[in-house]
Write a protein that binds this ligand. Structure first.
Ligand SMILES: Nc1ncnc2c1ncn2[C@@H]1O[C@H](COP(=O)(O)OP(=O)(O)OP(=O)(O)O)[C@@H](O)[C@H]1O
Ligand SMILES: [Mg+2]
Length: 453
């Protein structure tokens, strides 16, 4: 069902100035492209979620959500879409940042029609060459909001996400580490009427206790030593949008009282101020701990627990998702091959079997990491069991030896990740989604097992 214009390319132009949108649509349309438009990043993301687009041409500076956020979204979610970014007059830092984030080309204002056409043509040519070389599997067939999934258990999660998106209720997202809790929180935001306002993630476990309050609620000038200016917090930044409180179990009891107040009364106080502030913010929170058992141990407030868990969404572990493992494998193999400019390798049947039987303690993050490592390290066309990380290889040889404790598995995974980044702890902590302190603790618990297996 493709027309001549479809063959030339499908473009999406994003700009908050209607006149610019119209002009670009007219000019590019006259050249035979199919041109969609969106007045902002959230609208663009909605459209991209529904319809395939070859090239997104976006302005950098837009109110609410910047072009950079949009580039990030495209790079994280759409393997087969390129971005051309329009930066302000001679704004070198903007252009550098945009390209670093994943824009393929940038156009500095003011630009001529010829420069515009050339940039679009160049990016489309690159895209077509790549498609021809790789025959990319279409990730978009399965994914919504960056969550790649087909299994029945995950379809149920999608249904829960959509139900939650239609309300303003607080959502508690639970699930093992690396299952996609943050992606789910983003999905709720972008599927909700709040999509046009910011999504603000806060890692409560990583921000030091003394800072968290002022980060969340802001502070007034002179509130504490070093508070030279009045500064807004995340709740002000997220006004009209959503705030995501990650690792909620990491908050102190004192902080929990303040969070309870903002959830109950939609009010908070900036540090150093007695004047209550209003916030129209949807709160989502996530934890990979059993929050209820923390309530029973009195380290998490019961009243806050109920406030957070108005809706709960439990993200199932990867090992319970059946063929999703294979779909995700394909998506990650093509993503990393593409990033590295390599031809996508093929995984042997034996490897696929190991993937299916392995219990993935680090879930999707671990799978992504394993694939990234394989694609980076190998030049082979076919990946076989000896190419797998030691942990999985042993697993394959030992067959179903399900006798190890979770702690043992965790230690081994942590060490594998660390080895994969040549001992770089900052990088390892990033991959594991924990802070360096937690990593140090986990490593300490494993001394003596440091030799190569
Ligand atoms: N269904 C999925 N499809 C594609 N990528 C996914 C999916 N689930 C998770 N990921 C990827 O796995 C990584 C971990 O996801 P995310 O950060 O959302 O997990 P998490 O549950 O918040 O983990 P943690 O408990 O460690 O904070 C990310 O890189 C994310 O993009
Ligand atoms: Mg997370």
């Amino acid at each position: 069902m493709s027309t001549a214009a479809e063959d030339r390319g499908r473009l999406l132009v994003v700009d908050d100035v209607p006149e610019i949108l119209e002009a670009l649509q007219r000019k590019l349309g006259a050249r035979g492209y199919v041109v969609f438009t969106a007045p902002g990043a959230p609208e663009a993301i909605k459209l991209l979620d529904e319809t395939p687009v070859d090239v997104v041409i976006t302005d950098m500076k837009m109110p609410h959500v910047s072009g950079l956020e949009l580039i990030r979204y495209v790079r994280e979610n759409l393997a087969d879409t390129e971005v051309v970014v329009i930066t302000g007059y001679a704004s070198v830092p903007d252009a550098v940042e945009a390209v670093k984030t994943g824009a393929e080309e940038y156009l500095a204002k003011p630009f001529t029609d010829e420069e515009l056409f050339t940039a679009v043509r160049r990016v489309l040519e690159k895209l077509q060459a790549r498609r021809a070389a790789e025959r990319l599997p279409a990730a978009g067939d399965y994914s919504r909001y960056g969550l790649v999934a087909e299994s029945e258990v995950m379809r149920r999660v999608f249904r829960d996400i959509e139900k939650a998106a239609a309300t303003n209720a607080t959502v508690l997202i639970t699930g093992e580490s690396g299952t996609g809790k943050e992606l789910a929180a983003r999905a709720i935001h972008y599927a909700s009427p709040r999509a046009a306002a910011p999504f603000v993630p806060v890692n409560c476990g990583a921000v030091p206790e003394e800072l968290l309050e002022s980060e969340l609620f802001g502070h007034v000038k002179g509130a504490f030593t070093g508070a030279l200016e009045t500064r807004a917090g995340f709740f002000q930044t997220a006004d009209g949008g959503s705030i995501f409180l990650d690792e909620i179990s990491g908050t102190s009891l004192a902080m929990q009282v303040k969070l309870l107040r903002v959830l109950q009364d939609k009010e908070f106080y900036m540090v150093g101020s007695r004047r209550p502030q209003k916030a129209d913010v949807r709160v989502t929170a996530a934890t990979n701990k059993d929050l209820w058992s923390l309530v029973e141990k009195n380290s998490f407030r019961e009243d806050l627990y109920y406030r957070l868990a108005v809706i709960t969404i439990d993200i199932p572990p990867l090992r319970e998702r059946g063929d999703d493992i294979l779909i995700l494998t394909n998506v990650f193999v093509s993503k990393y091959s593409r990033d590295l400019g390599k031809k996508a390798p093929h995984l042997s049947d034996k490897v696929i079997q190991v993937f299916r039987e392995y219990n993935w303690p680090g879930n999707v993050r671990e799978l992504e990491n394993v694939i990234q490592r394989i694609v980076t390290m190998t030049e082979k066309e076919v990946i076989d069991v000896p190419d797998l990380p030691a942990l999985m290889r042993h697993r394959a040889m030992r067959e179903a030896n399900l006798t190890r404790t979770l702690a043992e598995v965790e230690v081994e995974y942590v060490q594998n990740v660390l080895a994969s980044v040549r001992g770089n702890k900052t990088e390892a902590a990033k991959i594991l989604g924990i802070n360096r302190k937690t990593l140090a603790k986990k490593l300490k618990g494993s001394t003596g097992g440091g030799d190569e297996g």
